[in-house]
Design a protein around this ligand. Structure first.
Ligand code: GLV
Ligand code: MN
Ligand code: MN
Length: 403
């Protein structure tokens, strides 16, 4: 087992939390390319130097801390949702830093560290690691916008001359990511560790209805072309139609709605909304896409709307590497006997993209109350340390690092 230092790990985790702290509980506001995000990356680059790693930003702003020669890559992301918790992403980055640092100090296996940029999808879906892995083609990057219409290159310019070249993925023997579960399973069952079997696939696109903006007092109901009513009917239709297609594990979300002009006394003429759906089976994702398209077309026709679809973003469902999973399972059994389980991930992670480049695996620790993407997100410190210890045990057993 690599001799990791739990106190130093927790201290670093709390130092990172202070950058962009929301003031509500342990909440953090550190969206990709914001001043807080860049400050956090500069802080991390210095911690990497202190640990004997060489920091390098890639063209997206993902930050690597490299050792010389072949190594295992560990990490996650340090950007957050608009209202984020302190652990989503940060945990995997700081655990990686501690393992890499302790490995270096003790002459253990070589470990490099990464904090990917925009995992939380201000501009897409796991944007930084998707770009590095080729899941997001280079020619599409310039056109990506956030919900306010700011383009990715405009936002990225804030990183200035930090940005460097791509890191060669061939220098890494595998990718290992620790993360909070972000769901209720471990918390409800008393589990301490989850070894991830597979990560669900996701589809995400913006849909727009445009009708006629008009006076809310004088326009008879029968003559309205109300964009909000169109969204309401579309939502009801897909919920009915998905019933024949989905499993209890399938999820779908309309999480961002922009209604125009968004005023009490105006029949809204335009709506743009996000439509996201996730499942472990690519075929089910495709059938849901058909239902979404047909339902939107039907509503537009029936209610006199024009309809437009934004670009389809997505990541395929992916299984984690079998040999790395076995190493994690053995380490979990040694650290928390009979208090761990194999489980799928319903949240998306950078490991999905990494699985295209190299063997990839993931470890979960419990989320209190199953809450995440909220300021209330938290995990007991004892569970954070158990996760760190499982990593420290597993890295020594990883097939690539022992071979
Ligand atoms: C990543 O945070 C996701 O949306 O699953
Ligand atoms: Mn995350
Ligand atoms: Mn997240």
């Amino acid at each position: 087992m690599i001799p990791v230092n739990p106190d130093r790990f927790l201290q670093d985790l709390h130092s990172l939390r202070a950058i962009g702290a929301s003031g509500v509980g342990k909440g953090v506001v550190r969206p990709a390319y914001s001043a807080a995000d860049i400050e956090a990356r500069d802080w991390l680059a210095q911690r990497m130097i202190d640990a004997g790693l060489t920091p390098q930003f890639d063209p997206m702003g993902s930050l690597f801390g490299l050792v010389e020669g072949p190594s295992l890559l560990m990490g996650s992301h340090s950007d957050t949702q608009p209202e984020g918790g302190w652990l989503d992403g940060a945990l995997g980055v700081i655990a990686a830093l501690e393992v890499a640092r302790a490995a270096k100090e003790s002459g253990g296996p070589p470990v490099s560290v990464v904090s990917f940029q925009d995992e939380e999808g201000r501009f897409g879906v796991t944007t930084g690691s998707a770009a590095w892995s080729g899941v997001l083609p280079a020619e599409k990057i310039g056109a990506l916008t956030d919900p306010k219409g700011i383009t990715l290159p405009e936002a990225r310019a804030a990183m200035g001359d930090r940005l460097g070249g791509w890191v060669d993925p061939k220098r890494f023997t595998g990718f290992l990511e620790m993360h909070i579960e972000q769901g209720p399973l471990l918390d409800q069952t008393g589990g301490k560790i989850g070894v991830v079997e597979a990560i669900v696939g996701i589809r995400d696109r913006v849909i727009r209805f445009e009708g006629q903006q008009n006076h809310a007092g004088t326009t008879p109901m029968a003559l309205r072309r109300d964009a909000f009513q169109a969204l309401g009917r579309f939502n009801t239709l897909i919920n009915e139609r998905f019933r024949n297609v989905v499993t209890p594990a399938t999820v779908w979300t309309i999480g961002h709605v922009s209604l125009h002009p968004n005023a009490h006394s105006v029949v809204p003429g335009k709506v743009a909304f996000s439509m996201q759906w996730r499942d472990g089976e690519a075929e089910r994702l495709r059938r849901m896409e058909e239902i979404i398209r047909e339902s939107a077309e039907e509503v537009a026709q029936a209610m006199g709307m024009t309809l437009a679809f934004g670009p389809m973003l997505g990541v395929e469902p992916v299984a984690m590497d079998r040999a790395m999973r076995s190493a994690l399972a053995e380490a979990a059994e040694a650290e928390v006997p009979e208090q761990w389980r194999q489980m799928p991930s319903g949240a998306l992670h950078d490991a999905s993209n990494m699985a295209r480049l190299m063997p990839a695996a993931m470890l979960f620790v419990p989320s209190i109350g199953g809450i995440s993407h909220d300021f209330a997100e938290d995990t007991a410190e004892a569970d954070l340390v158990s996760g760190l210890n499982v990593l420290a045990r597993a890295v020594a057993r990883m097939p690539a690092s022992t071979g």
